[in-house]
Design a protein around this ligand. Structure first.
Ligand code: FUB
Length: 321
């Protein structure tokens, strides 16, 4: 049965969700519908910190009329989590939908990555009892407590699924066939041309967070946030195990928000770049974020053309066809 709809609206420019603050959008295209899963920024007035307790689901069939579902997944729905609904992504495998999420672990210090499973993209999602990744699994590479965040998942054409994530360091692991456990060691991904945060003073790009994996015409694209405030950059590889070739910046600093978490998807013959900024109104900020959409284009060689952030978004009359 379809989930109840809370709100329906017609998008008319960026940010396109104007009635609430949402960040970290992740798109899933399924059966002629685009689903957007996003964290709900709920920072109290006069405070400036991440306050996200739940994730929301929006859907559209024409990229114009969007509906937000009443159903929410909460960080505390995961038995292992104490809260903090950070970035997430839903993917489909077979007849099931898997929502990979970041939240704070109750007993193992730091962020962790877990998954919830559903029969439908609208939910309800049932959280799996144990997380897939906890902070103690990655301390040999990164000693911070927030490196195990921002999962992106992917099922390759040969049926092998992967989980990629990380702040400061990008990690990858194979997923088991059940999609709820890892099936390999954690493997750090290195990208030639991406520098360590300590080199920021020299103006070099350094990996921050928010990886997103997709494949087009046999080429793997790994996009992610670099620097702080963040830009979005990407690398490509012919094999998911690398080597990764750094291709540079896709999207510039938003200016009104430190982060610009994004996702990339194809729908109706076009590619889209979905991201957040802090431009919703005078109160928008790094902790009160809002969703934006632009078209994404590849050149003839398969390079991603730089995104131009606009207020008209994908809905403006002057957009190239
Ligand atoms: O929303 C909390 C964190 O901010 C996310 O996990 C990061 O990607 C950044 O957008």
């Amino acid at each position: 049965m379809a989930q109840k709809v809370d709100t329906t609206f017609v998008a008319n420019g960026n940010p396109f969700v104007k009635y609430k603050y949402l960040g970290d959008p992740a798109a899933l295209v399924d059966g002629g519908t685009v689903y957007i899963y996003a964290g709900h920024d709920q920072c109290p007035d006069r405070e400036n910190r991440y306050v996200l307790n739940e994730w929301c689901i929006l859907k559209t069939q024409d990229m114009k009329t969007f509906s937000e579902l009443s159903y929410k997944l909460r960080a505390v729905d995961f038995p292992w989590a104490s809260g903090q609904a950070w970035a997430s992504q839903v993917i489909k495998r077979g007849e099931k939908y898997f929502w990979y999420v970041t939240a704070e672990h109750k007993t193992i210090h730091g962020k962790a990555i877990g998954v919830a499973v559903a029969d439908r993209p609208e939910g309800p999602f049932v959280p799996v009892e144990k997380p897939l990744v906890t902070n103690d699994m990655t301390t040999k590479w990164t000693r911070i407590s927030w490196d195990d965040i921002d999962p992106t998942a992917f099922v390759d054409e040969d049926g092998q699924a992967y989980l990629i994530w990380g702040n400061t360091q990008i990690y990858m692991a194979k997923l088991a066939d059940n999609m709820t456990e890892l099936a390999s060691e954690v493997m750090p991904i290195s990208i030639e041309g991406i520098h360590q945060p300590s080199l920021v003073a020299e103006g070099k790009d350094f990996y921050t967070e928010a990886p997103w994996i997709h494949k087009r015409k046999g080429l793997y694209y790994l996009s992610f946030s670099v620097g702080f405030p963040e830009k979005t950059a990407y690398a490509v590889a012919k094999n998911i195990n690398g080597p990764w070739e750094y291709k540079g910046i896709v999207n510039e600093i938003a200016g009104n928000c430190n982060t610009n978490h994004h996702s990339i998807f194809e729908f109706g013959g076009k590619w889209y770049f979905l991201y957040h900024n802090g431009a919703i109104n005078t109160a928008g900020s790094s902790f009160r974020r809002s969703l934006c959409l632009e078209e994404l284009r590849y050149d003839r060689k398969g390079n991603i053309e730089k995104i131009q952030m606009t207020t008209e978004g994908i809905w403006g009359k002057s957009k190239k066809k």
